[in-house]
Write a protein that binds this ligand. Structure first.
Ligand SMILES: *Cc1c(COP(=O)(O)O)cnc(C)c1O
Length: 354
């Protein structure tokens, strides 16, 4: 029985990746040892990390001016690690949701934190766009996909200062010019692997800007020099991410993912706009391809709808605990078929409950 997994995070992974990962738990690379019980300094594990790095660079079309490292502490730890390393005087942020707010909160411990624009007063139902990035800040930080609200920026701003982005929930989901960015981070558990690793892609020359004296574990320079192995890294999470990136590359890379993600979003949102029982919660032009938020016009029908979702083997559709309603997360590994099943259920529900 196939369950259609619309979970917002940790999110859906390709079946073949899960099968391979489970095999590696018993017999990693025909060693008759589990990946979970071998040294991270072994040749085969080092190869996993270098494969992951190469796949990231080749998928994003970036070269050796970038380092790719895998750290722990989640994307949330990056909210602090980024300003700890790079906020010397002043930084600029845009507040587009809970995750952006949390990043702003941490930056304030380190220096002046300008919030250039915010959609908080409108419950983050759109992405503010009319702001100017000042030239006298250490960096500009934004969140590309607002996982909780279902808004997304796919056209990235040009920045006169180093451009930093939290891409936790939409990395590798559509084509973009990665060379515009100086630092990108993403918890791998939304679009790449299980929880436990956070990918950081950063321009190596950015490391020259680190001024603060700091403990080693907080220092990007140390982690880059140690090639993600300054301490014991989250090997399994990186292995699964590597398998997912390899799956992505073999299927046609980010262009393939983008076409699929656009098709899924088109299918879902056109039903949402057509169906008289449901409505979206965010401005149409800012709708996310990864997380689609919606509510019912008549909340009294929610329980009945949840029941039919369950009968159709649809899982993970509840909205974030802070916003309620529903949220359909359609990450890279989700097939169009699963979205079609959801759309069919919505149509059927309108016929019987409209
Ligand atoms: C999930 C998420 C986070 C938080 O990730 P953790 O790994 O739980 O710290 C941060 N930013 C975005 C955009 C997210 O989707």
């Amino acid at each position: 029985m196939k369950v259609h997994n619309f979970s917002a995070g940790p999110g859906i992974l390709p079946k073949e990746v899960l099968l391979k990962a489970s095999e590696a738990c018993i017999n990693f690379n025909n060693s008759n040892l589990s990946l979970l019980e071998v040294s991270h300094r072994g040749k085969d594990v080092i190869e996993v990390f270098s494969n992951a790095e190469h796949l990231v660079k080749s998928l994003l079309n970036i070269g050796d001016e970038y380092a790719v490292i895998f750290l722990q502490g989640g994307a949330s730890f990056q909210f602090a690690m980024v300003p700890h390393n790079f906020l010397n005087k002043k930084a600029a942020y845009v507040n587009t949701g809970v995750w952006a707010s949390k990043a702003i909160k941490e930056a304030k411990y380190y220096g002046e934190t300008l919030v250039l624009a915010s959609s908080e007063a409108d419950n983050f139902t759109h992405i503010p766009k009319n702001y100017i990035i000042p030239e006298d800040v250490d960096y500009f930080h934004f969140t590309s996909n607002n996982t909780i609200y279902g808004t997304q920026t796919r056209d990235f701003p040009n920045s006169p200062v180093p451009l930093f982005c939290d891409m936790s929930s939409d990395i590798f989901s559509h084509r973009f010019d990665a060379s515009k960015f100086d630092l990108i981070y993403a918890g791998v558990q939304k679009n790449m692997g299980p929880a436990g690793a956070t990918m950081v892609i950063l321009k190596k020359d950015l490391l020259n800007k680190i001024q603060r004296k700091m403990p080693s574990m907080l220092n990007y320079q140390i982690h880059v020099e140690g090639e993600s192995m300054y301490n014991t890294p989250p090997v399994f999470a990186v292995y699964v991410s590597m398998l997912t990136l390899d799956w992505l590359k073999r299927n046609g890379g980010i262009e393939w993912a983008e076409n699929r993600n656009r098709a899924k979003a088109d299918l879902f949102y056109s039903e949402l706009d057509r169906n008289s029982l449901f409505k979206g919660t965010v401005t149409k032009e800012d709708r996310s391809w990864m997380n689609a938020n919606f509510i019912m016009n008549d909340p009294a029908k929610e329980d009945a709808f949840k029941k039919v979702l369950k009968e159709a083997n649809i899982s993970g559709l509840n909205g974030h605990r802070s916003v309620g309603g529903f949220r359909a997360s359609m990450y890279n590994a989700m097939d169009l078929d699963s979205v079609q099943v959801l759309v069919n259920v919505m149509q059927e529900f309108e016929k019987t409950n409209g």
